[in-house]
Design a protein around this ligand. Sequence first.
Ligand SMILES: [Zn+2]
Length: 456
Amino acid sequence: MIKHYFDEILLANGWRRNQFLDISDSGEILAIGDGTAKEAEVVHHGFAVPGLANVHSHAFQRAMAGLAEAAGPSADSFWSWRQVMYGFLSTITPEQLGYIAAQLYLEMLKAGFTSVGEFHYLHHDRDGAAYADPMEMSDRILSAAAQTGIGLTLLPVLYRYGGFGGEAPQDHQRRFIMEGDKFLDLVERLQERCNADASCVVGVAPHSLRAVDPMLLKELLAGIPADMPCHIHIAEQQKEVADCVEWSGLRPVDWLFENVPVDERWCLVHATHITESERRAIASSGAVAGLCPITEANLGDGIFPADEFLKEGGRIALGSDSNIYVSLAEEVRILEYGQRLTKESRNVLGDEINSTGMRIFSSALEGGHQALGRPGKPGLQVGGYANFVILDEDHPALLGKSARKSLDSWLFAGDNSVVKDVAVNGKLVIRDRRHAEEEAITHRFRRVMKELAAGY
Ligand SMILES: [Zn+2]
């Protein structure tokens, strides 16, 4: 057990000064109370806030950030971006995937995320053949998370079809495609691997309604534990909604609620294009809406009705999805600014009790913890895990700010450089903005980027 002292800390019951946390070797918070720096083994100055879960990431896409920002010959859309992405991923090797993921997870930690939900669908070799070891690619993700120290919820993706109604997969999708029984074997093996490691959780991700069919989805749910996290891309694009209506007569969220029991284990990623009744159905189900504001803006997806959804008691979480840019602060402000721009109003997601930053941050803290099935209670409280971020009180964005104002100042007026130290399960993985293995991780990433650049 180690005693940590904090000048200012955002606990589950609000901001407190001069606090100690007793943290077990596995990172569990055993006790919290008033204290002094003299009694503690580790002393933290600055403003301590809980680390957030990043619930939606495709690690390999970090390496194509910036490559799809030129307009194509036809109307530039999500679907032309997807073509660039398919071309890109057709070349990535297991080793390259591991090095890209390590760089990405390092960047996530430095942005204030302490766990990640990796929506992992790159299962096979470049020609679409299964690797001799079906864990080949998943292992690279597990190793990258272990090397950086970020908490991982690995969400292997079930991707079987190329479009609604059991359409045959396209050639570019060959690295994803998996039969249901092989997929369940993979999930079981991953669970065995993760059992020994408290920072690793396994969930599943049926990719989207267009990539699975009703029978396969039901078989999947019957083949996994009832509380296993289950993530799905849904209603991200208008075309996807129209295709779903054409196939089934129902919009995607309506279809999901008609056909499977949607509850707290579910994370509906994007859920951008929803009707009022679909929105209410998600809110009352206890499922989490996994919002990815930077990527949704970058891809021109649309704007999620966050104001109404939160007022209805809906649960949200944040994800960096395409990893075009990794910034917790920017995810929060783009979420809020999307609402401001459409409603021509300010502080849309704040309420009478909480500032705007605090309301989004605390909602995403709880929703993220739930969506990733992270162990213990959410946030900094006894029975939770010591996942925290120290904001630099001497950063220009925070100068002269009280604890209460520090969070908004980071989220709306700061960037990743406000984050000074980061702890995952009680262990400091970022100290004074550096990771112990940063040089080696970035060196390998640099090599991969040069190799990939030769191909485009
Ligand atoms: Zn995604």
